[in-house]
Design a protein around this ligand. Structure first.
Ligand code: HEC
Length: 143
């Protein structure tokens, strides 16, 4: 009977130790990893750009001088210069415009002529900018 208790005790101790060690250290690192990989852009961010911004800022369209088609064009920005400051969403014009916290016009809130994006979608883009706005060199062409 005592051996069983000792065994259970060791098991519980091991699980607790694993939880204590892995819990605080591993989880935030994993979340960051996700947002600062090119895959995060390709799987989460680009589909939002294609759906909400594509008809004015992708393919042949570069309203306001801004094309979100390639990494170079995205980072170059538009008529007002860079629209993304990697690591600094609060100072990124693109983020301000989709949060409707930029100027009322020229440039106006984005997406132009459409309702504000959902909070969750805005948060995804902000998270991506905050993690460094990492993009593959050659993102998939817009459909
Ligand atoms: C219906 C067309 C349209 C859509 C959709 C649209 N935009 Fe725009 N965008 C414009 C126009 C036009 C401008 C030029 C400024 C103005 O007219 O206010 C602009 C300007 C901008 C600028 C400022 C560029 C600069 O340097 O002045 C940013 C950033 C921007 N758009 C981001 C976005 C994002 C991100 C989306 C998708 C969430 C989006 N836009 C969707 C038409 C659009």
């Amino acid at each position: 009977m005592r051996r069983v208790f000792a065994g259970v005790g060791i098991l519980v101790a091991a699980v607790l130790a694993g939880w204590v060690l892995a819990g605080p250290t591993l989880r935030p690192v994993a979340a960051q990893d996700a947002a600062n990989t090119p895959a995060f852009y390709t799987e989460k961010v680009r589909p939002l750009f294609v759906t909400n911004c594509g008809k004015c800022h992708m393919d042949m369209n570069h309203k306001g001088g801004l094309s979100l088609q390639t990494k170079d064009s995205t980072m170059k920005g538009g008529r007002h210069g860079a629209v993304i400051v990697p690591g600094d969403p609060a100072n990124s014009l693109l983020v301000k415009l989709i949060r409707h916290e930029g100027p009322p016009d020229d440039p106006r809130p984005m997406p132009a002529k459409a309702p504000k994006m959902s909070d969750a979608d805005i948060a995804t883009i902000e998270q991506w900018v905050k993690a460094g706005a990492v993009m593959p060199d050659d993102p998939a062409p817009a459909p």
